[in-house]
Design a protein around this ligand. Structure first.
Ligand SMILES: [Zn+2]
Length: 187
């Protein structure tokens, strides 16, 4: 059995039908499938569960709605992506809290820091604020996390240290350092 820990089925590109490669390696062909057909296809290939993380406030609502339609296949994570953090109003925390309270939510994310794009110093401060706040949310809710970390290891480790022994694990992606740094992440 496999679990896809990072899917974006709520994206508008999945409205209607999407082209998918089906068939054997020798006889591949394109078939157009809708979301339900795709989920069935996942199941046929032993991918029994998919987790979709939140990116911004709006996407969190969409994920909860879609997870409600496919409760055995799609599981929601609630969060604000670091790239979307600067544009997300700080006052929206309350809304996020109540979304995370939904019993179908299985993780917090994606949360983290992403310094790939050259941005204003102010953007990084906003990323850090949202990251730290969501870590607290993960801590309080005892849920695992979906971390998105890119080129921001020093700041990430500094912030994670405040939560040592209080977090409930999870996955980290976009990470581009070696095993020595990865070990420090395992708090
Ligand atoms: Zn990501």
């Amino acid at each position: 059995m496999f679990i896809d820990s990072h899917i974006y089925l709520t994206y508008s590109s999945f409205e209607g039908t999407v082209p998918c490669i089906v068939g054997s390696k020798e006889m591949e062909r394109i078939k157009y499938m809708d979301r339900l057909q795709l989920i069935k296809k996942f199941r046929d290939n032993d991918i029994l569960l998919c987790i979709e993380p939140g990116i911004d406030l709006e996407s969190n609502y969409k994920i909860l709605e879609l997870a409600n339609q496919y409760p055995d296949s799609l599981f929601p994570a609630i969060g604000v992506h670091p790239i979307r953090a600067p544009q997300t109003k700080w006052s929206k925390r309350k809304e996020l809290l109540s979304l995370a309270d939904n019993p179908s939510v299985i993780a917090i994310g994606e949360l983290g820091l992403d310094y790939h794009y050259k941005r204003l110093k102010q953007h990084r401060i906003r990323q850090k604020m949202w990251f730290a706040w969501q870590l607290k949310l993960a801590e309080k809710s005892h849920l695992p996390m979906i971390l998105h970390i890119r080129l921001a290891d020093t700041d990430t480790i500094k912030i994670l240290r405040h939560h040592k022994n209080k977090l409930n694990g999870g996955v980290c992606h976009c990470f581009n350092k070696g095993s020595d740094i990865a070990k420090i992440y395992r708090l």
